[in-house]
Design a protein around this ligand. Structure first.
Ligand code: FAD
Ligand code: SF4
Length: 492
């Protein structure tokens, strides 16, 4: 009998997913008609698939089709003829099972799904906190561990990693981040996407030069560049935001990792080796290790643990406002809030923003204004170049919107303008004042924070971590005025 052909999805393009046998890759542009997608994300996915097909040469069957199911069935790849590495979405997992494929365990993460299931078994939903998971992974893998305990005497150096942006500087002063050199495949993809637009397919954001790695060689080059130019500053400025520097010291490696081109353990081993050689500080190295073996794996496992209906059924704060049209248009000019306007424009131009603008500007605005969490999830998935189904539930629904009522995050991540003022240089050029909550200068995040608490008070009254903010709300002399003002202001 001939060996089964392995279907690799667009998230399984690196060497970790290839054991040398025959491979089928399926490209479908039909998804762009169904789901609004950033133009640069569409470009990345198509170019990554086509580069991989070229690399694999005669070993690959490359199919362009409107449906994955039809493509595999038409090629006779069902039952014993088809093999899959358990794919990274509920929909693709259903498909390979319905086609009768033989299925290998998933790859591309540090821990496996049965380890997580063992860890989660017997814990209450609210005890699945990331910090505990991260400690256990450190202990189990020995990463950054000594015989006496965690390297440096503590598991987390987060407290050292909250520096505001340097005063008086426009940027962190680092070299521009690594960028690929486009080739003939990129040009061919760009022309095809132009053609789709001419046929009426509506993409999000603007086209632009490709900024992220889409091949294995590019992924390794981007990793080298990050380690050489940014790793040292990653920790201290992890949470800071600057108008003139959208990347700061972040890695921009989520795209190649989510495409399967780079394994998170490769990144971990590389940065730990830099620390061991005395070339990188522990707070930066531990900070990145926590993102990878903590947050990234945890978010992945929660996708499966929370189930396929989690997003649809989660709306604990009864948030039903539609997402404003300018969010879908990624048009920052429609809002005067400098932080939000800048972030929307940045995402429109690049499909990227680092973690804090995602959580504390976009997520925070949506939480305060009561935007529908399911619609927000579709938006995040389409608008960001690294958006994948498995990333969304824990990050968007759970963490940023608290729509599950406390499974993923112990309290809502709502913050007023004071946080944004402390951690960014946005407020200086804004027409609002982060210290003012009533009147024409009232900051929509500061006033919005109190209006949010006022709206959701009945749902969060029992949460002891919200006792202090709610006590503050009760003491607010102008509470009613703030609430009326923000109701009149409406969407942001
Ligand atoms: C509301 C919201 C939406 C997000 N959407 C996405 C998304 O669509 N795709 C995505 O990959 N990440 C997402 N994240 C997580 C995180 O913001 C991005 O992974 C990160 O900003 C990517 O940029 P970077 O590679 O420069 O990251 P760095 O800050 O340099 O971090 C290093 C790596 O750690 C991993 N990581 C860190 N935190 C997380 C996390 N919470 N979830 C998953 N991976 C993590 C990423 O692979 C990232 O590349 C989201 C977070 C929030 C709060
Ligand atoms: S003043 Fe308020 S709206 Fe303006 S940038 Fe600061 S936090 Fe954002």
């Amino acid at each position: 009998m001939t060996a089964p052909t392995r279907w690799l999805t667009a998230e399984q393009l690196g060497p970790a997913f290839d054991d040398g046998g025959p491979i089928v890759l399926v490209e479908s542009t039909a998804v762009f008609r169904r789901r609004p997608t950033h133009r640069q994300k569409a470009h990345l996915y198509l170019t990554a698939l086509r580069h991989r097909a070229r690399e694999l040469g005669e070993r690959v069957t490359f199919v362009q089709a409107s449906s994955f199911r039809a493509a595999l069935q038409d090629a006779g790849l069902t039952g014993e003829h088809l093999e899959a590495i358990d794919p990274p979405s509920w929909a693709a997992r259903r498909l390979v099972r319905e086609l009768g494929a033989s299925i290998l365990p998933s790859r591309g993460f540090v821990t496996n799904e049965s380890d997580f299931a063992d860890w989660a078994a017997g814990r209450k939903p609210t005890q699945l906190v990331m910090d505990r998971f991260y400690r256990e992974v450190r202990e189990r893998t020995g990463i950054l561990m000594t015989p006496a305990g965690p390297e440096g005497g503590q598991f987390s150096f987060d407290a050292d990693n909250r520096q505001p942006p340097p005063k008086g500087a426009a940027t962190l002063g680092l070299p521009a981040p690594w960028q690929p050199v486009e080739d003939d495949i990129d040009a061919e993809v760009r022309a095809e996407l132009d053609g789709l637009e001419a046929e009426g397919v509506r993409f999000l954001g603007r086209d632009g030069p490709r900024l992220f790695a889409a091949t294995r060689a590019e992924a390794l080059a981007a990793l080298d560049d990050f380690v050489e130019t940014r790793l040292g500053d990653f920790g201290p400025y992890e949470d800071a935001m600057m108008l003139g520097d959208d990347t700061m010291a972040h890695a921009r490696l989520s795209v190649p990792m989510n495409l399967g081109l780079l394994h998170p353990l490769e990144v971990v081993e590389r940065v730990v080796a830099e620390y061991a050689a005395g070339r990188a500080p522990l707070n930066s190295v531990e900070g990145l290790v926590r993102q990878l073996i903590g947050w990234r794996d945890w978010v992945w496992h929660l996708y499966w643990h929370l189930g396929p209906d989690y997003t649809r059924r989660s709306n604990a704060l009864a948030a039903h406002e539609p997402l404003p049209a300018h969010w879908w248009a990624l048009d920052g000019s429609a809002t005067d809030a400098r932080c939000l306007s800048h972030t929307l424009d940045t995402v429109g131009g690049t499909g990227y923003a680092h973690h804090i603008p995602r959580l504390m500007v976009l997520g925070n605005a949506a939480l305060q204004r009561g935007y529908d969490p399911a619609e927000l999830t579709s938006w995040f998935q389409g608008a960001f170049v690294d958006g994948t189904p498995w990333v969304m539930p824990a990050n968007v629904v759970g963490m940023s919107q608290w729509a599950d009522g406390g499974v993923v995050a112990t309290k809502p991540y709502a913050a007023g303008g004071a946080y944004i003022q402390r951690m960014s240089d946005f407020c200086g050029s804004c027409r609002f004042n982060p210290k003012v909550r009533v009147g024409p200068d009232a900051c929509p995040f500061t006033a919005g924070y109190w209006a949010f608490l006022d709206r959701v008070e009945p749902s969060i009254r029992g949460n002891h971590r919200m006792a202090q903010p709610l006590a503050g709300l009760r003491r607010l002399a102008d509470r009613e005025q703030v609430v009326q003002q923000e109701r009149a202001r409406g969407a942001l």
